[in-house]
Design a protein around this ligand. Structure first.
Ligand code: FAD
Ligand code: FMN
Length: 763
């Protein structure tokens, strides 16, 4: 085969090497515009895993690379005068120049033709003479532009500015992050050693900070001098150095996130940064380039045709690249939004930084550095006011809101049971809630309990609008208080335009087959074409419904509930006022956010006035309508939370969606938690996170990183009422209280868990 690689970076060189290793008869040419030792950048990081892959592919070049590695295990974070070090992270760094020189030597030895100082022609000029044209021409790939209509690149220029510098100051004991507050905003550095006397020193900041410094108007030398002044306390008198001779101006850039719809066209194929980029903060760009090179070389020798090899390469590598790009995006966004976290205590800030890509979980951190994690857990417990000074997982820390004291941070999310008769809870509800309260969660929410018959979602929904409802709830609450340590929260709501529908397991959100009742909502906007058009509420309607909320709150108090939650989410009545998707009013209850919040606030204030001072009130919101700028966005949700906080709401239960049939939610593990994170860290308001949180590890990492104060689990509690007690057993925590009649079962569970643990250790 005749192959040309346009670009002699890690991708082009390693692909050339690997093709020659597979078959020395291949003719391989690498066209590189620079001189052999003329490269930008300083060191790159590779993981042990990548190194093993390289060793399997070519032991000779892998050994040469290994010889030049700087290894380190620790990550140090310098922040607000504190240096926090954790260990067990296992990285290695190598100078980019050294890496390229080693790969060039290996390529030469294998008979690859290296053409340096040669600007590549358009790919179309090579295509007829070569079997394969590999576009390994990096971030600003010309080939990608030449064939843009086929590759369909999407280039997202990210918000932060960064510059890749080097220094002779030693950072050989740890991968080091430094966060410095300046008169123009925060500036931070990522520093790591890559050979005996040189370290990479990447300086990054928000675009606004960069502008205020005037970096854009500075020469490279002025820019470097300014960075030296910012980080002087860490540089030990050493200079910062740039080697980006070819870059004009001050050498600062924005990171371009590259995605391509297709990676090949006829005999031209994209590889490395030309195909996809991963943010440097997770150090995976070189890994992706090297591993893609190996994969394509393999498929070209295993598949019957070049086209088939390209197809397979694209299919297999795309998944891996997307996985890494997703972790890289989390990490990049963390840095873009770092100012949100700069109020955190150094312990929590460090944890948040270490877990930013979501690839490192709470238990994974324990494996890396048990001592550090236990220190952090003890800090969390102390701050939560735990009495015993033991390092327990964050989910087992107490929490206090007004005079309500919760024994832990796990919440049974409100979940409609559709088993009520005329609004009255039945024995189903008694058994259901009693079991969940026995199961160990600190707080049990009851389902949306409706303030009037008309305010029910379905005929099976519970209510608090008749004396028998109050009596039935009191029986449940009394049991919870008498027999468990859980506290119980009453969620009250009104279905608005989403009422008069079938039971949850029938046709969801569809009108009843018979016996529909009339609906009222913020505006006359139906949920769907099938649903009734609700009547737009007038002032009298508002007064009437507000009085119903107040009456329900009074019943909830008499029934003994410990906490109240007002349901302002999921498209029901109060939510229909908040979201512009369903609020088209032109009076003082529509239009601006202040206006859209007016009625929900009136209801809250009226309810607060009758709810005892020592008991908290939560409001559940939909923090994202998932319809872009035409609905509530996560940014607007922060403003909603600010309004609630100012009105005296104690905690915001941050859900999302179910407000529009046009919604396009992006699901995933903990997919709504970023909205809680944002609200909590931008407003200082207490929050509950919810949505696809199902492992103890998720709960612990959300709490420890300060992304929420409480964590609600819905479906996991349908599957397992004892979720919290089981989680404690799984984590080896023996402090959660089990009901005495179940102690024999508890002890057996612990014994079995210990046996399993010791047999795993023996293996
Ligand atoms: C600040 C920063 C820090 C980074 N840190 C890390 C890290 O720690 N770990 C990591 O794995 N990755 C890191 N990366 C990413 C890494 O450098 C790239 O992902 C990796 O080099 C991609 O390899 P590549 O061969 O695809 O592209 P490149 O390394 O960019 O190579 C492309 C080559 O093509 C040549 N070229 C381009 N156009 C032409 C043309 N028209 N004619 C001839 N030659 C041409 C260029 O001169 C270059 O040599 C970092 C990147 C940045 C910006
Ligand atoms: C069967 C069922 C009923 C629900 N009923 C309610 C409800 O009454 N009130 C409410 O606010 N959310 C309700 N939800 C939403 C849950 O409280 C929770 O936000 C959602 O299920 C996501 O959390 P999860 O992934 O832990 O299940 C319900 C969810 C389910 C599955």
């Amino acid at each position: 085969m005749r192959i040309v690689c346009l670009g002699g970076g890690p991708a082009g060189l390693y692909f050339a090497i690997t093709m020659k290793l597979r078959n020395p008869d291949h003719e391989v040419v690498v066209v590189e515009r620079n001189r052999p030792d003329d490269t930008f950048g300083w060191g790159v990081v590779l993981s042990d895993e990548t190194l093993e892959n390289l060793t399997r592919n070519d032991p000779e070049s892998a050994a040469a690379i290994r010889e030049h590695f700087a290894y380190w295990d620790d990550i140090a974070v310098n922040y607000r005068g504190t240096r926090t070090v954790s260990t067990g992270h296992g990285f290695c760094g190598i100078g980019r120049k050294t890496l390229l020189i080693l790969l060039q030597a290996r390529a030469r030895k294998l008979g690859v033709e290296l053409r340096f100082e040669s600007e590549a022609e358009p790919a179309s000029t090579y295509a007829p003479d070569f079997d394969i044209v590999v576009a390994a021409d990096g971030l600003n790939s010309k080939v990608r532009k030449e064939y843009a209509e086929f590759f369909k690149p999407e280039i997202d220029m990210r918000h932060c500015k960064f510059v890749w510098l080097g220094t002779h100051q030693k950072f050989d004991d740890a991968f080091t992050f430094i966060f410095e507050e300046t008169a123009h905003g925060w500036v931070w550095a990522h520093a790591y050693q890559f050979d005996d006397d040189t370290a990479t020193f990447i300086v990054e900041c928000a675009e606004d900070t960069w502008k205020h410094f005037g970096f854009g108007e500075m020469s490279k030398e002025e820019s470097i001098a300014t960075c030296e002044a910012i980080f002087k306390d860490y540089l030990g008198g050493h200079n910062l150095m740039s080697n980006a001779r070819h870059i004009r101006g001050s050498a600062w850039i924005n990171f371009p996130r590259v995605l391509c719809a297709r990676w090949h066209h006829h005999n031209i194929v994209l590889m490395g940064d030309a195909a996809a980029t991963a943010h440097f903060s997770i150090g995976s760009g070189t890994k992706l380039a090297l591993e893609s090179a190996m994969a394509l070389a393999d498929y070209l020798h295993s598949e019957p045709t070049i086209e088939a090899a390209f197809e397979k390469y694209e299919e297999e590598r795309r998944v891996e690249v997307l996985r890494l790009q997703s972790a890289a995006r989390n990490s990049m966004e963390w840095f873009e939004e770092v100012e949100r976290y700069l109020h955190l205590d150094p312990v929590q800030f460090n944890y948040s930084l270490l877990t930013r890509s979501q690839r490192i979980s709470h238990e994974n951190l324990r494996l890396r550095d048990k001592e550090w994690l236990e220190g952090a857990e003890a800090w969390f417990q102390r701050r939560a006011g735990a009495i015993e000074n033991v390092a327990r997982a964050p989910m087992f820390a107490p929490f206090k809101l007004r005079e309500l004291k919760l024994k832990n941070r796990v919440v049974v999310s409100p979940m409609a049971q559709y088993k009520a008769i005329d609004g009255c809870p039945t024995d189903w509800h008694f058994v259901h809630y009693a079991e969940r309260a026995k199961g160990g969660a600190g707080l049990v929410h009851i389902e949306m309990t409706c303030v009037s018959p008309e305010g029910r979602i379905t005929p099976g929904c519970t209510g608090l609008y008749a004396p028998e409802h109050e009596r039935a709830w009191k029986r449940i609450v009394d049991f919870v208080h008498a027999e468990t340590e859980a506290r119980i929260c009453c969620q009250i709501g009104h279905s608005g335009g989403k009422g008069s529908t079938q039971l949850g397991w029938e046709e969801m959100d569809a009108p009843l087959l018979e016996g529909n009742w009339p609906l009222r909502s913020a505006s006359d906007v139906p949920w769907s074409e099938k649903n009734q058009i609700p009547r737009r509420m007038d002032r009298a309607d508002m007064e009437e419904v507000k009085a119903e909320f107040v009456a329900a709150a009074e019943m909830a108090e008499r029934a003994g509930f410990d906490m109240l939650e007002i349901h302002c989410a999921h498209g029901y009545l109060l939510s229909s006022f908040i979201t512009p998707v369903t609020n088209t009013r032109d009076d003082e209850y529509g239009g601006s956010l202040q206006n859209r919040m007016r009625y929900p606030l009136e209801v809250f204030q009226a309810v607060r006035a009758v709810w005892p001072d020592d008991k908290p009130i939560s409001v559940r919101i939909s923090a994202n309508d998932w319809v872009g700028e035409t609905g509530v966005t996560p940014a607007e949700a922060v403003e909603i939370a600010r309004i609630l906080q100012a009105a005296g709401v104690d905690i915001c239960n941050v859900s999302a969606g179910q407000t529009s049939r046009r919604a396009k939610p992006v699901y995933g593990r903990m997919f709504q938690t970023p909205f809680s994170d944002r609200i909590r860290n931008e407003t200082g308001m207490a929050t509950m996170a919810v949505g696809n949180i199902f492992e103890p590890d998720h709960v612990n990492s959300i709490l420890m990183a300060g992304r929420a104060d409480l964590v609600c689990l819905g479906r996991p509690h349908l599957a397992d009422p004892y979720w919290t007690l089981h989680a404690a057993a799984q984590l080896g925590d023996r402090h959660e209280a089990w009901p005495p009649p179940y102690w024999a079962g508890r002890d057996q569970l612990f014994r079995l868990a210990e046996r399993r643990e010791s047999s795993v250790m023996k293996i």
